[in-house]
Each structure stands twice: as structure tokens, then as C-alpha cells.
Design a binder for this molecule. Structure first.
Ligand code: G16
Length: 544
């Protein structure tokens, strides 16, 4: 039986900073790493309670700030199937993170009561962290939270965020028909590596893939994956792999840098005909890029990845002769307008839009038989819902081609990390499709042309005054700002722009696209300027 008797003693070691308010945002708590001690301790308590509320299923805790600056850190909970924490519990996270030190045990008790938690169940929690310097101290705080509730806790060390999600799903499905794999790094490498080889065997060997690992945990982990695959089908060269030197994580490298700046990391010189990709700091995002015939940088972001995957899956479903197996795509407001038109008009696949945050896209994708979801920033995956699995099981092939397509769909499902967006699993999926089609990156890129787009950040005094509706594309406050944005957008052919507060950084994001690069940049900077002037901009006013 869990008692809360030890909480006060442990809590005293992890006092909450009086002047701070914490909010469980787009991807958990994210802020300066050295302010998060009390929050991570309390997340440990809540993780244990969450496990008890799920009859002792294993809950995951990941300590990471992913794409954010090295001085930041964060923490998020992973639910039993490896998915993001159920949204109704996010409020509890914020509530307990902001409680006074003396209130912690009482609040935990009231959550236990509200959720009718059986405190006699043994809590099971697994945890891991990325390579950030604040990680070890935060891990110790988490361990105190878990010890205070006598949780059965396992430390998975330094792994990628998607690997932790995978372990959680493996642990909770072991011995069931939904068994997912071995809950270890070698189990992960084996599962995804073998599925990859099943799909590409017999095809021509690819040229090397050049990977920018953002100086993060993706570097050692992708090398370990390559060692496990141990085949000319996976020949990689890893750049930006320094996880030891302070200040290097995500600095002028990584998926967020490449997507936001629309250029390769300065540390990499692009050669024509080569394939490049970038992970982010915890390897849950990936973008591809190359130099075109004129040496110009060309980006293949999350939209391009999702259209590549959706096209391939749609073609396999057609070849398999499974008529009513529907493939759909979920995007956010950041999706390039050209990608949305391509999915709707050329591929003729259903699309739907959700708010930013993979937790929202994931739930939208679950409604589709095969739901491909990606954010433009390269964060996404594919889900096969129970209807899709049943249809695949019932399919009776009438020809060798149909049998092959069905087998490939099963192998693809094994290649995909369905618990969350995963740079390494997504990379193997993209490589598979390129190898099977015999495509270069420019052939992939030729499907449609992106509209010029620009993503800017504006630092303001208080980003909580920004509220949105319409999948975060329309501001409802500050008063009058949306009307101003609308006037600016109307000036530019194919113009589109929106403003939303970030859930992971202390900034407001401005997205713009338009028919030409010059128009797009003018629109982006005029909207960012309006935000700065009318809503308490801080620091330098955004300018081209
Ligand atoms: C996280 C979320 C993503 C989101 C990104 C930016 O990514 O998991 O879904 O797109 O933050 O969110 P925002 O614009 O609210 O700051 P990551 O890679 O940092 O975990």
C-alpha cells in the first residue's frame, strides 16, 4: 500500500522556486534546466500515481528539452501504449508543479481520490534522459519522487525520446497479442533493423547517407543502429556528434536549425547527388536536404516526408487490392499550402488539420485506417488503426503482386514506431521508399514545389496574452491583432500568415507563406513587426 508519509520529507529537498509558474505545454514542461528541480521531483510522484491509476502498467518519464537550447530542459510523461500523457492529466501536472511545498501531499491525495486510484497497486515507472548538462541533477530529483512513493523504477540511461516511448509500449504489451518488441536498445535496433532489411533486400545498395545528429543523443544511437544492421543497405556518415563539449547541443545544427533557417548547418558542406538529413537534440524529428544542380540548398521537410510516405502506402494498398483500406494525412497550420493541395488534389487523399503538438496529430491520425501524421518541422509517424490491421489480416491475395504488397504493408508496420514520431525509424522508412523506387532526393522533391515560407520568433513580455482558435490559425487576443494580420495577408498573392504562442519556448511564433520569396519575407517581417509593436515586444524588433 502506497502511503504519502514520505512526501513531506523528500519535498523539503526539492523546494519550488517562489517566483516561478510552470505549465505542462506542447511537449510537457520546458524551461531553464536549473529551475526544474521541484517540477521533476513532483512529476516522479505523479508518474507513480498515473501507473497506479492504470493498474500498475508501466509509465515513462523522459527528461529532455529536445530541439530547445542546451540550457533548457524539460520533462514529460509517457502513457502505457507509448503515447503522450492523456490530456486530462496535464492539468494535474501543472497543479502539482505549482503547489506550495507543504501542499504537495494533499494535492496528490486529492488527485488519487478524483481518479479513484487504487493505492495498493505497485507503481511501475521507467525513465531516461538526453545529453543535457542539467540532466543528471534532474534525474536525481525524479528518483526522489519515485522513491517517495516506493515505485518499481528502471533507469534506461541516455536514449532518444522515441526509444523511451518504444520501451514503454514493449513493456506493457509483453505476452499479449499486441507484443511490440524487446524493451532494450538492442531490441529496438533488432526490430527496426530487421524490418528495414526485409523491405530493401534484393534492391540496389544505396549511396551513403550523411546525418547531422545535432550533437545530441541521436549520434551514439544511430551508430549503434548501424552496427546492428551491419549491411551495405545502411551506410551512414554521422556529423555533429559531439555530445561532450558544452554548448554544442542543437547549436547551429539539427533539424530545427535547418528547417527554421532553410540552410544546412554551417559545419557541413553540401556536395551534389548526396543525401543529407538532420535529427534534433533528442532524435524525435528529422528533415532531409540536398544541393540541387546549381548548388542551391533544397529542403525536404515533414510535409515532403509525409507526402512521400502517403503516396507509397496508397500505391501499396491499391496493388494489394484492399479497396476500403483508407490512407489519410494529418497536418498542422505550418504545413506548406502546396503540400496540402498536392495531398487533396493530386493524391486525392483525405487530410485533416490539428493544433501543433504531436499529441494532437496522433489522436487525429488514429481516426484513419492508416493515418500519416507529420508536422512541417519533421516530427511525425504513421498509425495503423485496428480497422486497418483487421483488413490486412482478412486480405486474401489473388496474385503474387498482391501477396507481395500485403507482405510489404506488414513489414512497413514493423518498421514504423507507432508510439511517437521517431527520427531513426522515419529515416529507415524514407530510405526504404527511396531504395525501392530507385529515387534520388531531387526525384522525390519533384512531386510538387513548396510555396516560399518563413518562420520567425518574436520575444514578448507576456506570451500568455496570445490566444488562438481555428487550429491555432486565428488569434482571439490580443484585441485587434488578427484584423491587422488579415489586412497584411491580403496584400500578397497566395499570402497566408498566422501567429501563435510557442508551447516549448518563451516566444511567439509567426508563420508566413506567399507566392514569391520576396513577398513571403515581407509578409513574415511585417506580421512579426506588428506583433512586436502591438503586443509588448522585447529586445530587437524583427527586421529582414
Ligand atoms: C515539440 C513538440 C512538437 C512541436 C514543437 C514546437 O517538439 O513535440 O509537436 O511542433 O515542440 O512546439 P511549439 O511551437 O509549441 O514550441 P520537440 O521536438 O521540441 O519535442
Amino acid at each position: 500500500m502506497t502511503t504519502f508519509s514520505k512526501i513531506a520529507e523528500y519535498s523539503a529537498k526539492h523546494p519550488k522556486p517562489a517566483d516561478k509558474t510552470f505549465a505542462y505545454g506542447t511537449a510537457g514542461f520546458r524551461t531553464l534546466g536549473d529551475t526544474l528541480d521541484s517540477t521533476v521531483f513532483r512529476v516522479g510522484l505523479l508518474a507513480a500515481l498515473r501507473s497506479q491509476s492504470k493498474e500498475g502498467k508501466t509509465i515513462g518519464v523522459m527528461i529532455t528539452a529536445s530541439h530547445n537550447h542546451e540550457r533548457d530542459n524539460g520533462v514529460k510523461l509517457v502513457d502505457p501504449m507509448g503515447e503522450m500523457l492523456q490530456q486530462s492529466w496535464e492539468g494535474y501536472c501543472s497543479e502539482i508543479a505549482n503547489a506550495s511545498d507543504e501542499q504537495v501531499a494533499d494535492i496528490l491525495g486529492s488527485i488519487a481520490k478524483a481518479e479513484a486510484v487504487d493505492l495498493s497497486v505497485t507503481p511501475r515507472v521507467v525513465y531516461a534522459r538526453d545529453t543535457r548538462p542539467s540532466g543528471p541533477a534532474l534525474q536525481a530529483a525524479l528518483e526522489d519522487g519515485l522513491a517517495a512513493l516506493n515505485a518499481d523504477a528502471t533507469n534506461y540511461g541516455i536514449v532518444t525520446t522515441p526509444q523511451l516511448h518504444y520501451f514503454v509500449r514493449c513493456l506493457n504489451t509483453a505476452g499479449t497479442p499486441a507484443t511490440y518488441g524487446e524493451p532494450s536498445v538492442s531490441g529496438y535496433n533488432h526490430k527496426y533493423g530487421q524490418a528495414y532489411l526485409r523491405l530493401v533486400n534484393g534492391k540496389p545498395h544505396p549511396s551513403p547517407l550523411f546525418i547531422d545528429a545535432a550533437n545530441g543523443v541521436g549520434a551514439p544511437q544511430v551508430r549503434s543502429l548501424a552496427a546492428a544492421i551491419n549491411s551495405p543497405y545502411f551506410n551512414i556518415k554521422v556529423f555533429n556528434s559531439d555530445t561532450e563539449t558544452l554548448g554544442k547541443l542543437n547549436m547551429d545544427c539539427g533539424a530545427d536549425y535547418v528547417k527554421s533557417n532553410q540552410r544546412q548547418p554551417p559545419s557541413m558542406e553540401l556536395q551534389p547527388d548526396r543525401r543529407y538529413c538532420s535529427f534534433d537534440g533528442d532524435a524525435d524529428r528529422i528533415v532531409y536536404y540536398y544541393a540541387d544542380a546549381h548548388g542551391a540548398f533544397r529542403l525536404l521537410d515533414g510535409d515532403k516526408i509525409s507526402t512521400l510516405i502517403a503516396t507509397y502506402l496508397r500505391d501499396l494498398v491499391v496493388t494489394a487490392g484492399i479497396d476500403d483500406l483508407q490512407v489519410g494525412v494529418v497536418q498542422t497550420a505550418y504545413a506548406n499550402g502546396s503540400s496540402t493541395s498536392y495531398i487533396k488534389d493530386t493524391l486525392q487523399l483525405p487530410t485533416s488539420f490539428s493544433k501543433t503538438g504531436v499529441k494532437y496529430l496522433h489522436h487525429e491520425a488514429e481516426k484513419m485506417n492508416i493515418g500519416v501524421y507529420f508536422e512541417a518541422n519533421g516530427h511525425g509517424t504513421v498509425l495503423f488503426n485496428t480497422g486497418a490491421v483487421a483488413k490486412l489480416q482478412q486480405a486474401t491475395p489473388q496474385s503474387p503482386a498482391q501477396a507481395d504488397a500485403i507482405e510489404r504493408l506488414w513489414a512497413l508496420r514493423d518498421l514504423i514506431n507507432e508510439s511517437v514520431g521517431d527520427a531513426m525509424s522515419d529515416m529507415l522508412l524514407v530510405e526504404t521508399i527511396l531504395i525501392c523506387k530507385g529515387w534520388s532526393l531531387s526525384q522525390w522533391d519533384a512531386a510538387y514545389s513548396d510555396l516560399p515560407s518563413r518562420l520567425l520568433k518574436v520575444v514578448v513580455n507576456d506570451r500568455t496574452i496570445f490566444n488562438t482558435t481555428n487550429a491555432e490559425q486565428t488569434l482571439t487576443s490580443p484585441k485587434g491583432l488578427q484584423e491587422h494580420v488579415d489586412v497584411l495577408v491580403k496584400k500578397y498573392p497566395k499570402g497566408r500568415s498566422f501567429v501563435r504562442p510557442s508551447g516549448t519556448e518563451d516566444a511567439v511564433r509567426v508563420y508566413a507563406e506567399a507566392a514569391t520569396r520576396a513577398d513571403c519575407d515581407q509578409l513574415a517581417y511585417s506580421v512579426a513587426g506588428a506583433v512586436f509593436d502591438k503586443a509588448g515586444g522585447r529586445g530587437d524588433r524583427p527586421s529582414e
